[in-house]
Design a protein around this ligand. Structure first.
Ligand code: BEZ
Ligand code: FE
Length: 314
């Protein structure tokens, strides 16, 4: 029998995993074990630090509710969500298609229908900000229009709050679904969003503070574009004049997604408003593939966990 010293222990664990029947699971677990052990050796992790890490992960789990996914937030602030998005884009985004961004925790399936030209601002309180127009087209990766694509948009109000952060959770504001016309064109009015801090009142927030980070995201509008035969596009448009445009806490910004509102844009359906023109380009859906959407509504995640537990129990 071999003594399990600081290096032999890794091989012993890998030996025990060697019979994992699912080859993908085997590969993921072997790599996770190798990296975890290397990490512990590299920083000379002490028992107290290991326990502090366990306590932290326990607190992250305990902070999760049907409406809050603290593990995704942890993945976001560590840049893992961005990395997964970048790798997914490299595998499945057609050349010329729009880059993706994080779905974030504030997406809700249920959003009011907004007619073309309508406004995301449902309440007079939201209308206090700067009204802007967003217009453009939804096309395929080569620029051919996709008729009747559906767009979901959601954002903060002029105070930097999502409706879900309001005291009354039944409030629905600054979000909507709209359908593009037969040439893939869309236009809608909204209030220029303001940047905000990611939820900092839990264990991940305490970590962000201990790291001396500001915790903010630059102002943005989230967009989910769907059309039959195309991958769901989860992305966001970021405003260039936000002070945190170069230091997003969750690393969601790409240069191709940075916009500015301006007057006098050709073809603007509302020349009286400052406007952003943005064309969203979708990737084709590979035969037999799922939606290609990256990210999950936290309430769906809770349902998925419950279903997995029920399957295990039954
Ligand atoms: C958001 O954009 O809404 C968001 C994304 C990731 C973490 C927290 C918030
Ligand atoms: Fe957001």
């Amino acid at each position: 029998m071999k003594d399990l010293d600081r290096f032999a222990i890794t091989g012993a664990v890998l030996d025990q995993l060697a019979g994992t029947p699912d080859p993908r699971l085997k590969r993921i677990l072997e790599s996770a074990v190798r990296h975890l052990h290397d990490f512990a050796r590299e920083v000379e992790l002490t028992p107290e630090e290991w326990l502090a890490g366990i306590a932290f992960l326990t607190a992250v789990g305990q902070a999760c509710t049907p409406h809050r996914q603290e593990f995704i937030l942890l993945s976001d602030v560590l840049g893992l969500s961005r990395l997964i998005n970048v790798m997914h884009d490299a595998r499945s985004r057609a050349e010329g298609a729009t880059e993706t961004s994080l779905l974030g925790p504030f997406f809700r399936e249920a959003a009011p229908e907004v007619p073309l030209g309508g406004s995301l601002a449902a309440r007079p309180e939201s209308a206090g900000g700067k009204e802007i127009l967003l217009f453009g087209r939804v096309t395929d990766a080569d620029g051919a229009p996709i008729p009747g694509a559906t767009m979901d948009l959601w954002q903060t109000n002029a105070e930097g709050l999502y409706d879900l952060q309001a005291e009354d959770p039944s409030v629905v504001d600054m979000r909507g679904k709209l359908r593009c016309d037969a040439e893939g064109r869309y236009h809608l009015r909204t209030v220029k969003p303001v940047g905000y801090a990611v939820p900092l009142d839990g264990p991940v927030g305490r970590l962000v503070h201990r790291q001396g980070r500001h915790g903010h995201r630059p102002a943005h509008i989230h967009v989910l574009v769907t059309a039959p035969g195309y991958q769901d596009l989860v992305t966001a448009l970021y405003f260039a004049d936000d002070p945190h445009i170069g230091s997003d806490t969750v690393f969601g910004v790409s240069a191709s997604l940075v916009v500015s509102e301006r007057m006098g844009l050709p073809d603007s359906p509302r020349p009286d408003l400052p406007a952003v023109r943005y064309d969203f380009r979708l990737s084709p859906l590979a035969a037999g593939a799922t939606s290609g959407r990256v990210g999950a509504d936290p309430s769906r995640m809770a349902a998925a966990v419950a279903a997995a537990e029920a399957a295990r129990a039954g």
